[in-house]
Design a protein around this ligand. Structure first.
Ligand code: SF4
Ligand code: SF4
Ligand code: SF4
Length: 591
């Protein structure tokens, strides 16, 4: 049977067909839908783990216990999981272990553009790179076999285009590989220095040479001979883009097994073609290897290391053809600057804090609250990575104290981020006597990646009831003094204002927990459907105070301030900031 699947759906199907039994992940674009789809196969135990390191460690434990296991994350997630990856690489596997890294050339929703292919040689693990949905499914099966045959985790590298593009996929049956026997083997699974040293030598002298041999003979690496004037070595989505431009007029070496790289195949291919190009996104990973072999080729001289590659870029770089945009629209799409949604529960605390702009520094984190940095709220000084909203704040606070700066540091994290890596930051803040304020924006969901459950929501990946971890209890247990904790309703401006006031005066770690669910959660939308606010034009003095909260539902046109009631959810933050009582609320929350 054939089915139209995205790359992520196809990876999930591949895991099912390959007899995978355990799948873990932390959500992150463009990888999120892999686990969402796997969770619909009841044969596979799947979980949202608290972060990528945890996800990999759970997957590794399951693999050692004998089950085929798959772990998925976005590219920056692999940085978090790098610690276990490098040691699991030494230990090897029992049941096959696949680690999916979903990279984001072009950074559509990421904080950097790292090329995670470089992790494979660094960690010394095998790597595969599918180009389309069919390969996504098929390569999962290959990857499990490679993993078990060569006793290595397999890095499974995809990119946004591969994850989200749809293609026709031939479906197969699930194979039942069962659970392999677990035999205690301390030399293999306990990485104390004596064992690690032996393992490192074994990897260099045995595993990697065998894998290189496999790479040169792997069905995943194939040559397509056509005209030999031009030869292209390529992988991933770049292969499809190159095919779109050149069709069958040039020869290709398509690399699907990309660590170790197929040296003999590169030689064979380059010997036959007149001019050799390497087309790959981001870093010159293959190009440098080929050039180091003494083979002449053209790559990053004409292709940028920044951003995605597409057929137009290839056409322009290799053929010098400028391509006119044939899909021009008559209409101008109006620009929509990023902003917190109408009725977002985070608006109130940012607005309250913005009243003290000159007295505070805001270290923000990855998630919706990053949007608090956008005008008109403008509350954000730094964004680094998951958890750094707290930890960068600790460093900032220490230097502020050294430099006698009066500025108070407010570090923002979301609920999911708090569980991901915020908790350790808070432990550090308490232990090292930071004077910062941690604001935990508890919107009862992992919002920015598309509403995944987390340990605070009371549900698991399948929407089934699960223990709900209490954030306030955790904060207390970590050692924040009870008098320094405020749990507030961020829709109530007086609670926001008072919490910020108290926080500004604190001389110990201070925590504000805001509790209101994300306005886009379906049940919330349903319940608040009947609510909205409106401006009483007779009372409005055009002071524009309500515009300063940055709600997309409020606008001023022809000197009239009004609310778009189709967007407004009646949160009443605007009503509470209007100095002239010109805003009125309507409707009741539906039970
Ligand atoms: S009540 Fe005001 S602040 Fe809240 S969503 Fe409506 S317009 Fe925006
Ligand atoms: S998705 Fe939810 S939490 Fe994020 S900005 Fe919108 S309303 Fe706020
Ligand atoms: S804050 Fe009140 S008075 Fe001022 S512009 Fe808005 S609705 Fe009018």
């Amino acid at each position: 049977m054939k089915k139209l699947l995205t790359g992520n759906e196809a990876i999930a199907r591949g895991a099912y067909e390959a007899g995978c039994l355990v799948a873990t992940a932390y959500p992150g674009t463009p990888s999120t839908e892999i686990l969402e789809n796997i969770s619909s196969y009841e044969e596979i135990y799947s979980e949202w783990s608290t972060n990528e390191k945890v996800a990999l460690e759970v997957g590794a434990g399951a693999s050692i216990a004998g089950a085929r296991s798959l772990v998925a994350m976005k590219h920056v997630g692999l940085n978090v999981a790098a610690d276990p990856l490098f040691t699991i690489a030494y230990e090897g596997v029992n049941g096959g272990l696949i680690v999916i890294t979903a990279d984001e050339p072009g950074m559509h929703s990421s904080q950097n553009e790292q090329d995670n292919r470089l992790f494979a040689p660094h960690a010394k693990v095998a790597m595969v790179e599918p180009s389309d949905s069919q390969e996504c499914k098929d390569f999962v099966k290959h990857a499990f076999e490679i993993s078990e045959t060569y006793d290595t985790p397999v890095l499974f590298k995809v990119t946004t285009r591969v994850c989200h593009s749809k293609g026709v996929v031939e479906l197969g049956e699930r194979i039942d590989v069962g659970i392999k026997e677990y035999v205690k083997d301390t030399k293999k699974y306990i990485m104390v220095p004596a064992n690690s040293k032996a393992k490192h030598i074994e990897i260099e002298t045995d595993r990697l040479p065998r894998l290189r041999e496999y790479s040169n003979n792997s069905p995943l690496n194939r040559i397509e001979w056509n005209d030999k004037k031009i030869g292209i070595i390529t992988s991933g989505a770049s292969y499809l883009h190159a095919k779109e431009v050149f069709g069958d007029t040039v020869s290709y070496l398509k690399v699907g097994f990309s660590y170790p790289l197929p040296d003999k195949l590169f030689k064979e291919f380059s010997n036959e073609v007149d001019k050799l190009y390497v087309i790959e996104e981001n870093e010159p990973y293959m190009e440098q290897f080929i050039k180091a072999m003494g083979i002449e080729c053209i790559g990053k001289e004409i292709f940028s290391v920044c951003g995605e590659i597409n057929p137009q870029i290839i056409r322009e770089a290799m053929l010098g053809e400028k391509v006119e945009d044939t899909h021009k629209l008559d209409l101008e799409v109006s620009s929509r600057p990023p902003a917190l949604c109408a009725g977002c529960p985070h608006r109130g605390i940012f607005y309250a804090l913005s009243k003290h702009k000159n007295k505070v520094v805001v270290t923000s984190d990855i998630g919706c609250y990053t949007l608090g940095a956008m005008p008109p709220l403008g509350m954000g000084d730094t964004v680094i990575c998951m958890g750094a909203g707290i930890t960068a704040g600790i460093g900032f606070d220490k230097v502020n104290q050294m430099a006698d700066r009066e500025k108070k540091v407010f570090g923002f994290v979301g609920d999911s981020t708090f569980f991901h890596s915020g908790m350790t930051g808070l432990v550090n803040a308490v232990y090292n006597k930071s004077n910062m304020v941690v604001v935990i924006l508890d919107n009862r969901i992992t919002a920015m990646t598309g509403h995944q459950q987390n340990p605070g929501t009371g549900k698991n990946i399948s929407g089934i009831e699960a223990p709900m971890i209490d954030i306030e209890g955790l904060v207390k247990a970590i050692g924040v003094k009870e008098e320094n904790i405020r749990v507030i309703d961020p829709y109530k401006m007086d609670e926001n204002i008072n919490a910020v006031k108290d926080a500004l005066q604190a001389t110990d770690p201070f925590v504000i927990i805001t509790k209101q669910p994300c306005a886009l959660i379906k049940d919330v939308q349903k319940a608040r459907r009947g609510l909205h606010c409106q401006v009483n034009q007779d009372k409005c003095r055009k002071c524009k105070t309500c515009l300063r909260i940055g709600c997309p539902a409020i606008s001023m046109k022809d000197n009239v301030v009004s609310m778009d009631t189709s967007l407004c959810n009646g949160c009443t933050v605007c009503l509470q900031v209007c100095p002239f009582n010109a805003i009125e609320s309507f409707g009741k929350e539906v039970e």
